[in-house]
Write a protein that binds this ligand. Structure first.
Ligand code: AP5
Ligand code: MG
Length: 217
């Protein structure tokens, strides 16, 4: 099963992907998480990506396409869910041709739709685990022990790009460069549209209802 989860920053891609992994046993491939890991490990790619990420701009396509191509090639037989990639029409085309050359393609494209007003509240309250990438919210999705990850007990952190000024920039980048990706997929097939403004359990319930159809096909 190969899934693409689209949506603006803060739509809940990471949150829902973790649940998709638990239900369908696919691998979560988040371009943002991979880039943050590269930065934490001090790699050349991480260093190149840093200024783009911290200012809310996109990392150049060629770096991302190579990085994600490598991750997809190593994904298990069960498949994967892509989170944050593709993020430009060019990346979507590159992904398409890579998969086509292996005789495969994407099975389901889901678009998480969300109002800009909700996004800022979600981002400023987000807390992330630097170790496993689990995502919490100080009001909506609290960890069991304040400030600690439920899974590994690591100290939760605020992502540097969740500063309100950077969030604004990320939203502008989304409108200009990523929203057209939805149109790109709509031209070539069906995009499953999902209201991501509801609480996380309600969003998951609807999402699983949609994806279960693909599993049973
Ligand atoms: P990335 O890490 O992908 O960030 P993003 O797309 O901006 O998305 P987020 O992770 O901020 O949001 P999310 O949708 O995952 O929401 P979450 O589940 O955390 O990318 C970071 C940067 O890396 C980019 O800016 C760019 O520079 C670079 N990059 C990455 N991929 C790239 C690419 N392909 N090309 C070029 N550059 C790339 O939820 C948010 C908060 O809301 C959490 O606190 C959560 O607990 C809460 N929440 C979630 N769902 C709900 C709900 N239903 N109700 C209430 N609260 C909820
Ligand atoms: Mg995320």
């Amino acid at each position: 099963m190969r899934i693409v989860l689209l949506g603006a920053p803060g739509a809940g891609k990471g949150t829902q992907c973790k649940r998709i992994v638990e239900r369908y046993g696919v691998q979560h491939l988040s371009s943002g998480d991979i880039l943050r890991r590269e930065r934490a490990e001090g790699t050349q790619l991480g260093a190149k990506a840093q200024s783009y990420m911290d200012s809310g701009r996109l990392v150049p396509d060629e770096l991302i396409v190579e990085m994600m191509g490598g991750a997809i090639a190593k994904a298990p037989q069960a498949g994967y869910v892509l989170d944050g990639f593709p993020r430009t029409v060019n990346q979507a085309k590159e992904l398409n041709s890579t998969l086509a050359s292996d005789g495969s393609g994407i099975d389901a494209v889901v678009n998480l739709k969300i109002d800009d007003k909700v996004i800022l509240e979600r981002m400023t309250g987000r807390r992330s685990c630097p170790k496993c990438g689990a995502v919490y919210h100080i009001k909506n999705l609290k960890p069991k022990i304040e400030g600690k990850c439920d899974k590994d007990g690591a100290d939760l952190v605020v992502r540097p790009d969740d500063e309100p000024q950077v969030v604004k920039e990320r939203l502008a980048t989304y409108q200009a460069q990523t929203k057209p990706v939805v149109g790109y997929y709509k031209k070539s097939g069906r995009v499953l549209e999902l209201d991501a403004g509801k609480n996380a359990d309600a969003v998951s319930a609807k999402l699983f209802e949609m994806l279960d159809n693909f599993v049973s096909d």
